[in-house]
Write a protein that binds this ligand. Structure first.
Ligand SMILES: Cc1cc2nc3c(=O)[nH]c(=O)nc-3n(C[C@H](O)[C@H](O)[C@H](O)COP(=O)(O)O)c2cc1C
Length: 171
């Protein structure tokens, strides 16, 4: 059930030393490939990092977050065209990559694989390490791996529905 997966997904920062099989990773990436994007532009690349040395280097890129080096894989979500701003004034690439990366997180959770969004990283260092061209943007990194403690649906620290829900107009 979709809502079970939503409830199970949480930020995982402790990973078991178990690799993710290729076919499982491929299916998770398929969820990103199928994600919607503004004008269906699909201006994105997903860099899968599994090399130990590159993962270790990513720790520094991510301001010393050690678990980045301990995950089985790190996926960098890269916007390959950053100049399209939607009529609403929002740059499309930020939205598009966020959707695709969350598809990855949910697809992973469904398979019992933990993820963590990483927004705290240096753009210039990430680009340099991963060979990303200057006109592209690394929108997010995401760690993936089997969690030390299995994923289970648990209560989340979230605002109540009353606090966030407005009916008909902003309140
Ligand atoms: C865009 C974004 C960037 C984030 N960056 C980081 C990060 O750099 N490091 C980290 O440990 N967690 C990061 N997180 C995880 C959030 O702290 C986490 O999603 C939030 O506290 C809710 O917890 P949950 O994911 O367990 O439900 C990020 C989450 C998002 C959505």
């Amino acid at each position: 059930m979709f809502m079970d997966v939503v409830r199970k997904r949480k930020s995982v920062r402790e990973y078991a030393d178990t690799p993710i099989p290729d076919d499982v990773l491929r299916e998770i990436l398929e969820a990103a490939r199928l994600a919607p994007s503004a004008k269906n532009l699909q201006e994105w690349k997903f860099i899968v990092v599994r090399d130990e040395r590159t993962k270790r280097a990513l720790i520094e890129v991510a301001k010393g977050q050690r678990f980045v080096g301990e995950a089985a894989a790190v996926i960098a979500g890269v916007a390959t065209y950053t100049s399209y701003t939607m009529t609403n004034g929002i740059p499309a690439c930020h939205v598009d990559l966020a959707i695709a990366m969350e598809h990855i997180a949910l697809a992973a959770a469904e398979k019992g694989i933990g993820t963590c969004w990483i927004g705290a990283f240096y753009q210039d260092k990430a680009r340099k390490l991963l060979g990303v061209p200057d006109d592209c943007l690394v929108v997010a990194l995401m760690t993936l791996g089997y969690p030390k403690a299995p994923l289970v649906a648990e209560e989340k620290r979230r605002k109540s529905m009353e606090e966030i829900l407005c009916r008909e107009c902003y309140c």
